[in-house]
Write a new protein. Structure first.
Length: 98
C-alpha cells in the first residue's frame, strides 16, 4: 500500500458519476502577511457511491477526533477563508460506461 500526504483539501468536481477530490501541499507560509501558498499534489477519484461512503466515514472520524479534543491548527485558521471558496461543480449527465 502506498501512503499519500496532503496538507489541505482544495476542491471537488463531480461529473458523469465520478467525484474528483483535489488535494494540495503547502509551498510557502508568509507569517507577516498571514498567507499560505498552496500547490496541487494529489487527486483522489471515486465513483459517487464510493464517495458517499467515504464522506460518512470521514464525518464519524471527525466527530471522534473532536470529542477527544483535537482542533484546527494555525495553518487551518489562516486558510479558513480559502475553504469558503472551494468550488463544487455538479453536472447531471447520463452515466457513461467504463
Amino acid at each position: 500500500m502506498k501512503d499519500i500526504y496532503a496538507d489541505r483539501f482544495m476542491k471537488c468536481n463531480v461529473s458523469q458519476g465520478v467525484v474528483r477530490l483535489d488535494f494540495g501541499r503547502v509551498e510557502n507560509i508568509d507569517h507577516d502577511k498571514n498567507e499560505v501558498a498552496m500547490s496541487p499534489s494529489t487527486r483522489l477519484v471515486l465513483p459517487v457511491d464510493g464517495f458517499i461512503h467515504f464522506a460518512k466515514q470521514v464525518a464519524k472520524l471527525r466527530e471522534k477526533l473532536e470529542s477527544q479534543g483535537y482542533e484546527g491548527s494555525e495553518l487551518q485558521e489562516a486558510t479558513a477563508e480559502e475553504d469558503q471558496d472551494t468550488v463544487v461543480k455538479l453536472k447531471k449527465t447520463t452515466d457513461s460506461i467504463h
